[in-house]
Write a protein that binds this ligand. Structure first.
Ligand SMILES: Cc1cc2nc3c(=O)[nH]c(=O)nc-3n(C[C@H](O)[C@H](O)[C@H](O)COP(=O)(O)O)c2cc1C
Length: 187
């Protein structure tokens, strides 16, 4: 799939609205809420049935998505800071919680919902240089290199990935309440 050329324009997201999408087990979009459609710049028809990588921004390191897929396929939730690409090449930053639905018999992932809200400025400031470093490492040495760096980085901080992200986005407060509410609404 051909991606739009990124431009240096940030879409200002409403702090009151949320972006929700649901995919099948392969990441094909099956549901998009109105705000997702509005911000992505595609029509609903253009989004449904497409791989979620349709909004992948080249500034996102591969390792973040690899960790997310590893986690959700095991039935775990994951919180991540994601920079996404709109149809016109603009970008927007979101705090995203991925929540998989598992088959109770096979224990395999059936589908996954992602809840997103505007990312706090401070969190973007923290994560931007880290993602830039991870991308640089991936260009030179592939995902092995970025994974190694990320492990070292978290070891230095004596934090797990989840602790680091919770800290960075302040998940203990507003986000926690918001995501809990969303999950109830969509369950
Ligand atoms: C429920 C769900 C939501 C996703 N949302 C996004 C998203 O907002 N942005 C994004 O770039 N990738 C998202 N992905 C990940 C994509 O499926 C894909 O792994 C990622 O864009 C990397 O694409 P690539 O492997 O083709 O490089 C989502 C996946 C799932 C399962």
């Amino acid at each position: 799939m051909k991606h739009p050329e990124p431009i240096n324009h940030e879409i200002k997201l409403s702090t009151k609205r949320y972006i929700v999408s649901e995919t099948d087990k392969k990441g094909i979009i099956e549901y998009a809420n109105d705000y997702f459609v509005e911000i992505a710049g595609y029509t609903k028809d253009e989004l449904i049935g497409k791989p979620h990588s349709i909004i992948r921004h080249p500034d996102m390191p591969k390792i973040v998505f690899k960790m997310m897929w590893d986690r959700i396929q095991k039935g775990g939730n994951m919180l991540a800071l994601v920079k996404n690409l709109a149809k016109d090449g603009s970008f927007y930053w979101v705090v995203t919680e991925f929540e998989p639905k598992m088959d109770p018999i096979t224990n395999e992932m059936i589908s996954c919902t992602a809840f997103r809200k505007a990312a706090p400025r401070d969190a973007i400031k923290v994560i931007e240089p880290i993602y830039a470093k991870l991308i640089e490492l991936e260009k030179a040495g592939g995902m092995e290199a970025s994974e190694k760096y990320l492990h070292g980085f978290l070891e230095d901080k004596k934090m797990t990935y989840d602790e680091f992200i919770d800290n960075t986005v302040g998940n203990k407060g507003v986000f926690k309440i918001f995501f809990t509410m969303m999950k109830k609404l969509f369950s």
